[in-house]
Design a protein around this ligand. Structure first.
Ligand code: MF3
Ligand code: CO
Length: 260
């Protein structure tokens, strides 16, 4: 069942989507070689609670962090640990904030120090594919149109799309219907109706699309050990338009010199 939101509810949801965007902007300032992912997690948790929000991932199904940490070959749902980020790593930071009864979800993959041209290209293509997906998410379009736009853009450039994990509806809960896959045919799936709020989140691999889940039950890695990138926005269909509710602007402001 897809919960359609009223314009007022979408307005209320802005508190959460704005705070999740600002949280990624705050975390961005701390990303450098040597910092532990646990430190980033603490910074995010304090920032969210200081600003009247709730870290929605923390404790969700037993997840142990505020942030999902995705270093290099980690696709999604990695734990914050004592691992110190290294020059040349890419690290996806994915998090969900709850505020005023609604959730906002966003993810950005950062460069740590100097990264290889191959990793840079992977990150750029993944971020661009997110915007291709958003462009396809016009009112009245179908979920398959988004999925196909993301898939086509990435596969043309030689990358592969993770299939086991999807974007999703969002609202009072972080995961609502419908699923928003990153592969598929145009013209299939639910229509984007007024009041729909969804997360589009391409997870793009440099090598094969295959993944493995660690024995911790969460950490998802590429099977071939090659890097994976991940970007995510929360969007809403409202007033006959597509509203991108999260933004990477705070990240850009925080690290304009290191923005990839
Ligand atoms: N954006 C991630 C997702 O949609 C957030 C997961 S939070 C976790 O899967 F707690 F489930 F890890
Ligand atoms: Co999500």
């Amino acid at each position: 069942m897809i919960y359609l939101k009223t314009p007022e509810e979408i307005e209320t949801m802005r508190a959460a989507t704005d705070l999740v965007s600002r949280t990624l902007g705050e975390v961005a300032r701390w990303i450098e070689p040597g910092v532990t992912t646990r430190k980033l997690d603490t910074i995010a948790r304090e920032f969210i609670t200081d600003n009247g929000g709730k870290p929605a991932c923390l404790g969700y199904g037993g997840f142990p962090g505020t942030l999902c940490i995705e270093v290099n070959e980690t696709v999604v749902h990695g734990f914050p640990t004592d691992y110190q980020l290294r020059d040349g790593d890419i690290v996806g930071i994915d998090t969900v904030v709850e505020k005023d009864g609604f959730c906002g979800d966003s993810c950005y993959t950062f460069a740590v120090g100097e990264i290889s041209p191959e990793k840079l290209a992977l990150c750029r293509t993944t971020r661009e594919s997110l915007y291709k997906g958003i462009e396809a998410a016009r009112p009245g379009a179908r979920i398959g149109d988004i999925a196909n736009a993301v898939q086509t853009y990435c596969e043309k450039r030689g990358y592969s799309l993770v299939r086991e994990m999807c974007g999703h509806g969002i609202g009072r809960k972080m995961h609502e219907s419908p699923e928003v896959p990153n592969y598929g045919r145009r013209g299939i799936g639910p229509r984007l109706a007024e009041g729909m709020c969804i997360c589009i989140e391409p997870m793009v691999n440099m090598g094969s699309r295959n993944i493995v889940i660690e024995r911790d039950g969460w950490t998802c890695r590429t099977r071939d050990g090659k890097p994976s990138a991940h970007y995510e926005h929360t969007i809403a269909i409202t007033g006959g338009e597509t509203l991108v509710m999260t933004t990477f602007d705070y990240i850009h402001q925080a690290i304009s010199d290191r923005f990839i």
